[in-house]
Design a protein around this ligand. Structure first.
Ligand code: SF4
Ligand code: SF4
Length: 68
């Protein structure tokens, strides 16, 4: 069954350590995690993200969360 209401995760700026290279970024096959510059706060492109949740466990600081 197709999912119709994707819940896009968000990166919590309070928790994110703005890593040189966001380690969660490479886990997203859709390249929905965007970080242009090193040490920049990444963000999740809502147009690309499909809410699979794979990235949630890839951030060592648990900065990526799906809001309920
Ligand atoms: S989301 Fe996680 S892995 Fe990515 S920059 Fe922030 S702390 Fe680092
Ligand atoms: S939930 Fe899935 S599609 Fe969305 S940013 Fe994370 S890994 Fe990418």
């Amino acid at each position: 069954m197709m999912r119709t209401n994707y819940r896009t995760p968000a990166i919590d700026a309070e928790i994110c350590r703005t890593c040189k290279k966001c380690q969660a970024r490479k886990s997203c096959k859709l390249k929905a995690i965007v970080q242009f510059e090193s040490h920049e706060l990444p963000y999740i492109d809502r147009e690309l993200c499909r809410g699979c949740g794979f990235c949630l466990d890839e951030c060592p600081f648990k900065a990526i969360k799906i809001k309920q």
